[in-house]
Write a protein that binds this ligand. Sequence first.
Ligand code: CU
Length: 158
Amino acid sequence: MSKRTLSAKGHPNRLRKAAARRKGGRIRLLAFGTIALVVLGLAAYFLWPAMRPTGGGSPGAVTVQLSMGGFDPNHIEGRAGEPLTLRLVNKDTPLHTDGGGWHQLAFENLRIDVNVPPETTQEFTFTPATKGSYRFYCSVCCGGKENPYMWGTLEVKA
Ligand SMILES: [Cu+2]
């Protein structure tokens, strides 16, 4: 018989209390851990949009913000034969009733149609072949193509 069993027989009450204390400590630790995880998770959830990099991305990319107010900037310049990267930033939330926060950048005369989900950033690169003025629009919000604010221009120089 070991010493432990002996003492267990000798002081059953005190042992039970010690076991209960250990159990209570473990539950407290578990509760603390859970709460800490929840708090960290919530902090990350709420802070992520603020910390999300919006200035970075591909070097040389032209950033265009998409919103219910249209494109910002709504005038972009490029050069014929040179790749142009557009970085489309949509900060609208899915709570928008008009289009669900989605925005689009589509060119009238080029085969380009990019749809950007709410609260996301999308980059795309294309090479305008010839010089000229190309109009682009968003048709998923605020009256779409019929709304004069939902238009922008890409000026391609030779
Ligand atoms: Cu839009």
